[in-house]
Design a protein around this ligand. Structure first.
Ligand code: NAX
Ligand code: ADP
Ligand code: K
Length: 454
């Protein structure tokens, strides 16, 4: 479920320093990084004429290494710099290129553009003229690659500090950085590649990867696979969507506690009374369509008192604003931006930092939703999803996600794992549903999304 590590600029520098302290050669590491990036660019572009933009730091140094290697492969390469190289490794790489270096502001465009202007050392936005030139050269190219990061994005927050063009590929060196996964920066890159540079990059924040799921074993029965209880409320459709998602997510049985007579899938057991005492309940979901009146507050209180592993979404989160101490330890919370703000206020740092702080404060696994969903656990683990379909921005998809969380929680008993699997399945179902789907369509796409991970 967890993929490659996600390191901030400071953590990446520390990882490099640890490698240097252990005897790795400074310039050798740049050669390794440049070679890894060059291999990816060569596979994409072969002998297309190429312009490599090199900045003054080590990102530029990578660019000179890439230029030399591509030239050795017979690629017609030109290099254009933004000033002199200021780091010892960058200077050495430039000397080893031993070819002409044009001025970036006047260099002619090429079919393939490589951006090696700035990476993790970017301190402020590019000067307006430089950013405009980068955009013009990228716009004139057919293939575009950003080395480590697109120049102009803030490594740790994913903010865009100056105009950045769209890149076909970004080659993350050694580890992902938050800007590879967090919006708006994540949106300027179509394809993200991780290049191994041979150093250890330890970290508890990872990219969310495809999970490995298991089919029920031969002796399974509906209760052994997990009973999910969904507490419905004022808006019956929301709880019905969530119950359907929980059933498709692998739970053996789903009970929907809602007023009788509403349309729900036949597989869902409807029960009018809120009898939540059944000890076989492995996950309880409350929030979608609950409402926020006194009756809703009462039903929430009963659900929390039942003491089952709990998923809290939507109205339940709004009702708990100002009372996060009522959130049971080990629960899963699935707030969107508005709900997150109401629950936790204005926390500092990146979306990853905020999700981690919220998980620590609440003692719950927090699924901080959006185009870049962050799943954070109180113990400091986090997984960041990239590339969710923007078609998910339609009513009811959050209810489906909450149901998936409950279903996976019933199956696995592990809130962090369950939340990660749910976010991945939700994203995969959306990808399979294509364009212009509605929340109900996600349910139909779930079996194939699950089958693909068995
Ligand atoms: N430390 C290492 O040996 C390695 C570093 N690597 C590369 O090095 C990059 C980091 O290198 P650096 O720390 O040198 O940083 P960068 O190459 O990202 O740029 C830093 C330089 O640009 C200047 N600068 C920052 N923002 C500017 C702006 N808006 N306009 C003009 N100048 C600006 C800084 O003062 C500094 O001189 C990584 O992203 C990666 O590409 C890789 O080669 C792997 C090995
Ligand atoms: N622009 C977007 N791109 C990708 N995913 C999105 C986008 N907007 C919303 N989502 C996802 O869609 C779901 C919406 O949930 P939510 O806001 O609770 O909606 P609702 O309450 O209507 O179900 C979340 O899983 C969220 O991560
Ligand atoms: K770059």
């Amino acid at each position: 479920m967890v993929g490659g590590p996600v390191l901030t600029a400071a953590q990446m520098r520390a990882a490099e320093q640890a490698a240097f302290d252990a005897g790795v050669d400074d310039y050798g590491l740049m050669e390794t990084a440049g070679a890894a990036a060059a291999a990816i660019i060569w596979r994409a572009g072969h002998r297309r004429d190429t312009l490599i933009l090199c900045g003054p730091g080590n990102n530029g140094g990578d660019g000179y290494v890439i230029a030399r290697i591509l030239r050795d492969h017979g690629v017609p390469v030109r290099v254009a710099a933004l000033g002199e190289s200021r780091t010892p490794s960058g200077q050495r790489a430039r000397a080893a290129w031993a070819g002409p270096v044009e001025d970036m502001m006047t260099a002619a465009p090429a079919t393939q553009l490589v951006d090696a202007l700035f990476g993790t050392g970017l301190a402020r936005g590019l000067d307006e003229g430089v950013a405009a030139r980068l955009c013009a050269l990228a716009g004139a190219a057919v293939l575009t690659h950003a080395v480590d990061l697109p120049s102009g994005v803030e490594t740790d927050s994913g903010a865009i500090l100056s105009a950045v063009p769209q890149f076909g590929t970004c080659i993350a060196l050694g580890a992902y950085k938050p800007a590879h996964l967090l919006h708006p920066a994540a949106g300027v890159v179509a394809r993200l590649m991780l290049a191994d540079i041979g150093i250890a990059t330890p970290g508890t924040v990872r990219r969310l990867a495809a999970p490995k799921l298991a089919a029920p074993d031969a002796g399974a029965h509906k209760y052994s696979r997990g009973l999910v209880a969904v507490v419905g409320g004022a808006m019956p459709g929301a709880a019905a969507l969530a119950a359907g998602a929980a059933a498709h997510a692998g739970a053996g049985m789903v009970r929907l506690h809602a007023a009788a007579g509403q349309a729900i899938p036949h597989a869902i057991v409807s029960q009018a009374a809120d009898d939540l005492t059944d000890p076989r309940i492995r996950a309880l979901l409350v929030g979608p369509g609950l409402g926020r009146d006194a009756q809703a507050a009462q039903r929430l209180a009963r659900a929390l008192a039942a003491g089952h592993p709990t998923v809290l979404d939507a109205d339940a989160l709004m009702l708990l604003a100002g009372a996060i101490e009522r959130i049971p330890a080990g629960a899963i919370l699935t707030p969107h931006e508005g709900e997150f703000q109401r629950l936790f206020g204005d926390l500092p740092g990146s979306k990853i930092d905020r999700a981690l702080a919220a998980a620590r404060k609440s003692g719950a696994v927090v699924v901080y939703k959006g185009a870049d969903s962050v799943i954070a656990a109180p113990d400091g683990r986090a997984a960041v999803a990239r590339g969710a379909s923007p078609w998910l921005s339609t009513a009811g998809t959050g209810d489906v996600l909450a149901g998936l969380c409950a279903g996976r929680l019933a199956v696995t008993g592990d809130p962090f794992r369950a939340a990660g699997e749910a976010v991945w399945l939700h994203g995969e179902a959306a990808r399979r549903a294509g364009a212009a789907f509605v929340a109900d369509d996600l349910l139909g796409a779930l079996p194939a999304a699950i089958a693909a991970r068995l």
